[in-house]
Design a protein around this ligand. Structure first.
Ligand SMILES: C[S@@+](CC[C@H](N)C(=O)[O-])C[C@H]1O[C@@H](n2cnc3c(N)ncnc32)[C@H](O)[C@@H]1O
Length: 342
């Protein structure tokens, strides 16, 4: 059985903007669904191949196993974010973290104000946090520190880099509108995060200029967990026989985060060379139709219970997409019933 959207039926393509800026197709807007919350929808016909969104991350971190020997590390300059090859890159003179590199002195100098805000924190905690709490917790907290630094820079510059004020918020305003699903979190997880926030963020004097209250940071962590994207080299969402490749980054996108998941998505997503998230229509989409991505690789013949379980474990929600709803009452869904367990 073929899984995923139909292949593109048209070669009509709206080109992504060449500048390093964000872009939203004029025929998409946001609305609200009682089960899923905010959603993207088409306001007029969209053609397969149309670029629907090109969104710059609010914050991004590289995710690589061996930064010293990897060509996959992203430039730390928040406006560049290109992969920096080993032979042509410069590191932090403070040696704050193994994955902090810039393409060149230009990128380093432009990024100075932002990087200063994270440098001492990385120097003080990158090694111990990884050792004591593990890579995952380090990654989440580093991304949060980068969000706080980006917020500080945005406020200092007095700009929110708005692209389409009427339809989509941008910058920190958009970050505050992200869903957090905090009520769904087990109390024990919240308490654990609270203790990490107190220990590694609130108690750290180098973050005094950018830190917010422990409770706001906890909400930010919940938002990050519900909204961050992994950066993968290949497209996510197409019917395919292979996965999307190895993750090389993690990012929060203020506008792309509005897209809900579907197990039969009509949008594919893939980061471009500057770490911007690019949404492309994978089939024609009619007016009023919801525009969905897939939060996971969709290949192989995976039944509704396995897909829903994966999404519950990874993203803490029960998928209510058209395909899952159609399959939940079919034979495929029966093995989810408790009386069939034994
Ligand atoms: C990245 S956000 C998407 C935008 C979100 N609806 C909002 O209001 O901001 C992910 C969250 O949206 C909801 N969601 C996304 N896809 C869904 C689906 N297929 N079924 C149910 N809920 C979904 C879940 O609460 C999930 O944690």
């Amino acid at each position: 059985m073929a899984i995923g959207p139909h292949p593109p039926q048209s070669t009509t393509t709206t080109k992504a903007p060449t500048a390093k800026q964000s872009h939203v197709h004029p025929h998409i807007s946001q609305s609200h669904d009682p089960d899923k919350g905010r959603q993207l929808h088409a306001t007029a016909p969209l053609k397969a191949g149309n670029v629907l969104m090109v969104d710059s991350p609010y914050a991004v971190i590289p995710v690589v196993d061996d930064p010293a020997h990897s060509d996959e590390v992203l430039c730390s300059n928040g406006d560049c974010r290109r992969k920096v090859p080993r032979v042509r890159r410069i590191g932090c003179s403070n040696r704050c973290a193994a994955e902090v590199f810039w393409c060149d002195t230009g990128c380093r100098d432009v990024d100075r104000i932002r990087h200063v805000l994270e440098c001492e924190w990385l120097k003080g905690y990158a090694v111990s946090l990884r050792k004591n709490e593990g890579e995952y917790y380090f990654g989440v907290l580093w991304l949060i520190v980068r969000v706080l630094a980006a917020r500080y820079v945005e406020k200092a510059q007095g700009s929110s880099r708005s692209i389409s004020k009427e339809k989509f918020s941008s910058g920190w305003t958009a970050m505050t509108e992200l869903c957090d699903n905090r009520k769904l979190w087990p109390e024990a997880d919240l308490l654990h995060w609270q203790s990490l926030i107190e220990k590694y963020i609130c108690a750290d004097s180098s973050l005094r200029n950018i830190a917010l209250s422990a409770d706001i940071i906890l909400t930010l962590i919940c938002q990050q967990e519900s909204n961050s994207f992994g950066l993968y080299p290949k497209v996510t969402g197409l019917a395919s026989t292979s996965d999307r490749g190895e993750q090389y980054g993690a990012a929060i996108y203020p506008r792309s985060s509005i897209a809900n998941h579907s197990c039969c998505p009509n949008i594919t997503h893939k980061p471009d060379d500057h770490g911007r998230m690019v949404f492309t229509a994978s089939r024609d989409i009619g007016p009023g139709e919801e525009c969905c991505i897939s939060y996971m690789d969709l290949f192989g013949d995976v039944d509704v219970n396995t897909r829903r379980k994966h999404l519950r474990v990874q993203f803490s929600f029960t998928c209510q997409c058209e395909r899952c709803r159609a399959e939940e009452n079919s034979e495929e869904g029966w093995d989810a019933l408790p009386f069939l367990d034994d």
